[in-house]
Design a protein around this ligand. Structure first.
Ligand SMILES: *Cc1c(COP(=O)(O)O)cnc(C)c1O
Length: 428
């Protein structure tokens, strides 16, 4: 780069955020209703209504409101484990050392629940078209580990994965699909909403998601028994008896009626949020036409993302040298080139917030010993995405060259133009 900040750009007075929750008066009304009706705990109208409205919107039969998306994923993993391996004994976990194929380029919350249930995540490499699980690598994983019976797939940044291809592989090997739709509420694949593409599916209402309850999540399914189990497990697994009687391990995972009030007030704004996120994405895409970068892509013919986070990837030839250790990063400035570290640091200098791409799970110290499967077959964590002239590790490559851009729908008018100009100058 040769970033010249002498030319008339001053730091944003009001910080430009990655994504920030919007707040609406009707949420306050629903919270107030919970308060005045004295239904403040894990039962009440708001919970019933958000479950009904989300199930109807997504098009699945049942929704169970929980305390977090992570809790919903935990329940989904436990359901799949019990469906395959039977009732889990107390403390043993439903998966019992079974290998579960998981998305690799995602938030740790996608895969941690597998470990809660005693399973071993097998990380599947990513493809460039949607930045999600590569169906070709997934097929490879079944060749290496024919015992895999569960596939846990996330839709990164609100972009649906290659669902038909993944489903075909799963059907061929009789594997159960769990969907992590935490980031993709409102996104569709061939006209079907994400969150109803697997057997057990999770969404999130965490603070920076497309709609929020400040926290919260939901388990979505068409399976009535599964829904009933999750309602029981998430409220400490009480049996129908005059005292506290327990035959199974329980969890305190139910959503409160107060949080449900916040969610309920947000649901009517989902479409508006998606429209505004899409406008932000399209503007970046249009403005970056003459820069050596590309936006995170999606299959426009078959899917419509919710555009939760705009992200970009720098062309290989336009990358200056950058190294990332476990906790620190360094880069070397170069004319006409840049890198995610330089762009993120420059944005921060101007009081704007970008974010690195999720660091792939197979590169995380905690999961470094887990299997990682690429298109070529058995891969291992590398320090460089390239070898033998080709790309060996696509997740790592996207992590090294990509970054998330400010996608806050409450961004001040004109702020995005300035963000774009800052990024443009990083390549001078
Ligand atoms: C946010 C998120 C989760 C977890 O949701 P919480 O509600 O924060 O527990 C899981 N997976 C992905 C991909 C996420 O982005």
């Amino acid at each position: 780069m040769a970033f010249n900040n002498a030319i008339g750009i001053s730091p944003f007075e009001e910080k430009v955020w990655l994504a920030r929750p919007s707040v609406y008066q009707n949420s306050i009304d629903y919270i107030y209703e919970a308060y005045t009706s004295k239904w403040m705990t894990t039962a009440g109208t708001n919970i019933n209504e958000v479950e009904r409205e989300i199930a109807e919107m997504v098009g699945c039969k049942y929704a169970v409101a929980l305390s977090a998306g992570t809790a919903a994923l935990h329940m989904a993993v436990k359901l799949a484990g019990e469906a395959l391996y039977g009732n889990s004994e107390a403390g043993k976990g439903a998966l019992r050392n079974q290998r579960i194929a998981c998305s690799d380029l995602t938030f740790a919350a996608t895969v941690n629940p597998v470990v809660y249930e005693g399973g071993t995540p097998v990380f599947i490499d990513t493809e460039y078209d949607t930045w999600n699980m590569d169906p070709v690598a997934l097929e490879k994983a079944f060749e290496t580990y024919p015992d895999i019976k569960i596939v846990l797939v996330a839709h990164l940044y609100g972009t649906p994965c290659k669902m038909d291809e993944i489903r075909e592989v799963c059907e061929h090997h009789s594997a159960i699909i769990i969907e992590d739709a935490a980031e993709s509420l409102g996104a569709t694949y061939k006209g079907v909403q994400t969150g109803r593409l697997g057997s057990y599916n999770a969404i999130s209402f965490n603070g920076n998601k497309i709609i929020t309850g400040t926290s919260g999540g939901m388990l979505l399914t068409d399976d009535k028994k599964a829904m009933e189990k999750v309602k029981k497990w998430s409220t400490q697994s009480r049996e129908n008896a005059p005292w506290y009687q327990h035959e199974e391990v329980g969890y305190n995972y139910r959503m409160s009626n107060v949080i449900a009030g916040v969610v309920r007030g947000q649901i009517p704004y989902l479409k508006e949020h998606i429209d505004r996120k899409k406008a932000i994405y399209m503007k970046y895409k249009e403005s970056f036409k003459n820069l050596p970068v590309k936006m995170n892509s999606f299959d426009a013919e078959n899917s419509e993302p919710n555009y939760w986070l705009s992200a970009m990837i720098i062309d290989q030839e336009a990358m200056c040298r950058q190294v990332r250790g476990e906790r620190e990063t360094l880069y070397v400035e170069e004319q006409g080139k840049s890198c995610p570290t330089e762009i993120l640091e420059t944005l921060a200098k101007f009081n704007a917030e970008g974010r690195p791409i999720w660091k792939p799970m197979h590169m995380q110290p905690i999961y470094r010993m887990n299997p990682f499967i690429t298109r070529e077959g058995n891969g291992r964590a590398r320090t460089n995405a390239y070898f033998d002239g080709g790309v060996a590790d696509i997740g790592l490559d996207i992590f090294e060259r990509g970054l998330c851009l400010p996608t806050d729908i409450t961004m001040e008018y004109g702020a995005q133009d300035v963000v774009i100009e800052i990024i443009r100058r990083c390549f001078e």
